[in-house]
Design a protein around this ligand. Structure first.
Ligand code: MLT
Length: 203
């Protein structure tokens, strides 16, 4: 049985009521501290749960193994996604929260997308910043009513536009309520990501 010690993490309890908790998922080389300021800025007062990815690539934490940039070890994606979903379920129990909305960047957005495919019940919704297709053939799943915001960069050197569009399409086909914004930027986050996330969470 998984407990909250399964991942190094930070948890900040809510200081306002009625807000969904945010599950903060960092990019390659980040850690549990990385997205705290973003989480606080997009939904002030919400509880924040922020785990550190357990896979190390040259010392850099990630949420699953990759064989090269943009080429994923799909077996590891599946295994790590279940491991993270079990941790999120255990954290909900331990901290007494409702299902979180994932807020993931890059590798963190990719494992959030994999969670939507494999363990959708764990998430109330997801904000996927610079996400790509995590699994070539996701299992059949019903995402009816699940809200997803994807924000991609038209000049992202890591994620081809067609790949991001394919992820949006697969999520929509499964019934998710997907909004996909493409900004004229690269892989890094910009002010508009924050503004879009905040507006979407407030809608
Ligand atoms: C990934 O490995 O998940 C993506 O290539 C993005 C990255 O983390 O660099």
């Amino acid at each position: 049985m998984t407990d909250t010690s399964a991942f190094v993490h930070r948890f900040v309890p809510a200081s306002a009521s009625g807000l969904p908790p945010l599950l903060l998922l960092h990019g390659t080389g980040g850690d549990e501290n990385d997205l705290m300021p973003l989480g606080q800025a997009v939904l002030p007062g919400a509880a924040l749960l922020s785990p550190r990815g357990k896979v190390l690539e040259g010392g850099m934490p990630r949420f699953f193994r990759r064989l090269a940039e943009g080429v994923f070890d799909h077996e590891d994606v599946v295994r790590r996604t279940h491991e993270l979903a079990d941790f999120v379920a255990a954290a909900r129990e331990a901290y007494g929260t409702t299902a979180p909305v994932a807020l993931g960047f890059s590798n963190g957005a990719n494992i959030a997308a994999a969670m939507l495919h494999l363990r959708p019940e764990v998430l109330a919704g997801a904000i996927l910043l610079r996400a790509m297709v995590p699994l070539p053939v996701p299992p059949e799943h019903d995402l009816a009513g699940k809200r997803v915001l994807m924000v991609s960069g038209a000049m992202d050197p890591i994620i081809p536009a067609a790949n991001a569009a394919a992820l949006a399409r697969v999520l929509k086909a499964a019934g998710a309520d997907v909004r996909h914004e493409v900004l004229p930027v690269g892989h890094g986050l910009v002010r508009q990501d924050l503004d879009l996330a905040r507006a979407w969470l407030g809608a």
